[in-house]
Design a protein around this ligand. Structure first.
Ligand code: PLP
Length: 233
């Protein structure tokens, strides 16, 4: 069994290779370690190997880990799971980034509840690029209006877009889904003020990060390739 440190090295190499093949700058893609269901010791092992950014899906589990690892000064916490409105305060108080906002009500609450001393919360809008019935995310049609409304809220910085494309697609369709998200960001960069802050595409996971990087990903969210397969829920 390979160690978490070995896995970080091999995923980092995959990212470097894909970034180079896409003709992109070496530091233009960052690794978000998705640590849902993992115990704090696994995150500590990753942090010891140099990993700083961690993505969590479940609030209470995340808060327990943030507390357990508070002796590590440089960790950056990203919330990437579905958000209920009664959870926004703790998210606004404990995270640097939120990738999974798909409605204005949630963005408003995060803005109102963000403690001023922490500075703006970095926010991505989640887009349902394949129009899947059961999926979170706003539609590509709703996106321009939602992005315009969110971009003017105080205490938030709209950084870009996130998607979890339908994993049951063939490679060509998956590539096209990543391309759609990139196209949607490009359109927002042309239409919204503060375009220089809109620099983020959160897309690509353990099995498809190369394709996402080819299409412009700036954060790849990687869980099982770092920490091993998760037990079925
Ligand atoms: C679990 C999860 C990931 C990581 O998936 P892997 O296939 O384990 O790399 C990425 N993004 C989100 C939103 C997730 O919930």
């Amino acid at each position: 069994m390979s160690s978490i440190a070995d896995n970080i090295r091999s995923v980092t190499r995959r990212i470097q290779k894909a970034t180079e093949q896409a003709g992109r700058k070496p530091d233009s893609v960052r690794l978000l370690a998705v640590s849902k269901t993992r115990p704090p010791e696994d995150l500590r092992a990753a942090a010891d190997a140099g990993q700083t950014a961690f993505g969590e899906n479940y609030l209470q589990e995340a808060l327990d880990k943030i507390e357990a690892l508070k002796d590590l000064a440089d960790l950056e916490w990203h919330f990437i799971g579905p958000i209920q409105s009664n959870k926004t305060r703790q998210i606004a108080e404990s995270f640097s980034w939120v990738h999974s906002v798909d409605r204005l009500k949630i963005a408003r609450r995060l803005s109102e509840q963000r403690p001023a001393e922490l500075g703006p919360l970095n926010l991505c809008l989640q887009v349902n690029v394949n129009d899947e019935e059961s999926k979170s995310g706003c539609s590509l049609t709703e996106l321009p209006e939602l992005a315009a409304s969110v971009s003017v809220l105080p205490n938030l910085t709209l950084r870009g877009l996130m998607a979890i494309p339908d994993p049951n697609q063939n490679d060509a369709d998956l590539k096209q889904s990543f391309g759609k998200l990139a196209g949607a960001l490009a359109l927002l960069q042309q239409t919204l003020p503060d375009a220089q802050q809109l620099d983020t595409l959160s897309m690509g996971m353990s099995s498809d990060l190369e394709m996402a990087i080819a299409e412009g990903a700036t954060w790849v969210r990687v869980g099982s390739a770092l920490f091993g397969e998760r037990p079925a829920k």
